[in-house]
Design a binder for this molecule. Structure first.
Ligand code: P1T
Length: 398
């Protein structure tokens, strides 16, 4: 069977993997070595130094490259266009390092707070980049924001924390073939649901800390491209600046990906049930979930977020607890199964308060514009029994 035609359930186990040649080990050994012996100067087995090449990291990079739809061969790029980083932020920073001082970037207005901070508080100053933040749920705003200096469009969809959706095909139709790189942070959807490269995007990025690794035990980032020239440019920065993922952490992320498909099915199923239930609760003012028909961009969810051809809304829910900061704080403190913690996408359910926690670095004015208000809480639905999760929410809301 052509590997490309395998079902995603099979790909997560086998994509990009090969049996270890010396022992036949089914999982790649964790190659804990910084360097590799050379027979004669420049004569080696393709591995010189671990910042540049590591077999465990390659195994992860090749796997995620294939899952995101890169078809690059080993001759075109050693890890098929997949690159693993020490964090999601390092992956984003590397994307910006592909640009030149003075270049202009159009970014989605609602973004992970750390991404917003990297753009506005670091890269504007250190790299001379210019950013415009645009609500790309309205694509007519995109055309107006593009200038002859625009070199990158940075999308998150669903966004963190407002779960806004951007029509990826719509972005491609407006911006493709204008010398603008199109990059999508696919952390919330994962390739189990959404494939930006297939729609014409150039780069997919992940905080692999989240659903890819899936067990809240590692911090990691990913970039994937299906374009050989772009892969070469990313490889150059990856190796030059050195924000690489360690062999051990590469192993953890690869191990996590084996169950990505199973986990995402469960995250989506439980989140849909919980969002529907939250919608019936008087003490909840608003429920935002891409899998509910009340979501403002529900049609986009139906089109671009799917498992086996069926809408899959993801595992994240954002809601507003009636009664402002006091009520939302007491709700968060009373939860017992949900842990109050930053991050998301693990097997355990987490809950957090964006205005105080993940998005504290976004200015209060900007938060107000985006709707990140004091009663807003973000739920990451884990894979525990869904009835237990609803019971926990019920006692905390009471
Ligand atoms: O934390 P790190 O692996 O460096 O990834 C940063 C990042 C990038 N993109 C998105 C969409 C993210 O959600 C994150 C990290 N987010 C959290 C830690 C959080 O709780 O939202």
């Amino acid at each position: 069977m052509n590997k490309k035609n395998q079902h995603f359930d099979s790909k997560v186990i086998h994509a990009g993997q090969s049996v270890e040649p010396v022992t036949g080990a089914v999982m790649p050994p964790i190659f804990l070595t910084s360097t590799y012996v050379q027979e004669s100067p420049g004569v080696h087995k393709g591995f010189e130094y671990t910042r540049s090449h590591n077999p465990t990291r390659y195994a992860l990079e090749r796997c995620i490259a294939r899952l995101e739809g890169s078809e690059l061969t080993e001759e075109q790029d050693a890890s098929y266009g997949g690159f693993a980083f020490s964090s999601g932020m390092a992956a984003i920073s590397t994307t910006l390092d592909l640009l030149n001082a003075g270049d202009h970037i159009i970014a989605m207005d609602d973004l992970y707070g750390g991404t917003n901070r990297l753009f506005t508080k670091v890269k504007e100053r250190s790299a001379g980049l210019q950013f415009s933040f645009v609500d790309l749920t309205n694509l007519s705003l995109l055309e107006n924001a593009i200038t002859d200096k625009t070199k990158l469009i940075w999308i998150e969809t669903p966004t963190n924390p407002m779960l806004k959706l951007v029509d990826l095909e719509g972005v491609v139709n407006i911006a493709k073939d204008r010398g603008i790189l199109l990059a999508c942070d696919n952390t919330f959807a994962t390739p189990a649901l959404q494939h930006p490269l297939d729609m014409g995007f150039d780069i997919v990025m992940h905080s692999a800390t989240k659903y890819l690794a899936g067990h809240s035990d590692v911090v990691a980032g990913i970039l994937v491209t299906g374009n050989p020239e772009l892969a070469e440019r990313i490889r150059f920065v990856h190796n030059s600046a050195g924000p690489i993922l360690s062999p051990f952490d590469s192993y953890l992320v690869l191990r996590g990906i084996k169950t990505l498909s199973l986990r995402m099915r469960r995250h989506c199923e439980s989140a849909k049930r919980i969002a529907t239930w939250l919608n019936t609760q008087e003490s909840v003012e608003l429920v935002i979930y891409p899998g509910l028909s009340s979501h403002p961009q529900f049609e986009i969810a139906e089109k671009q977020m799917q498992i086996d051809g069926e809408l899959a809304g993801g595992g994240m829910i954002t809601c507003i607890i009636a009664g402002g900061i006091e009520k939302s704080k007491s709700f968060l403190e009373k939860l017992e199964i949900f842990s109050l913690a930053e991050s998301l996408g693990g097997v355990e359910s987490l809950v957090e308060h964006p205005a105080i926690m993940t998005h504290a670095s976004v200015s209060p004015e900007n938060r107000a514009e985006l709707g990140i208000e004091d009663g807003l809480v973000r739920l990451s639905i884990g894979i525990e029994d869904c009835g237990d999760l609803i019971a926990d929410l019920e006692q905390a809301l009471a």
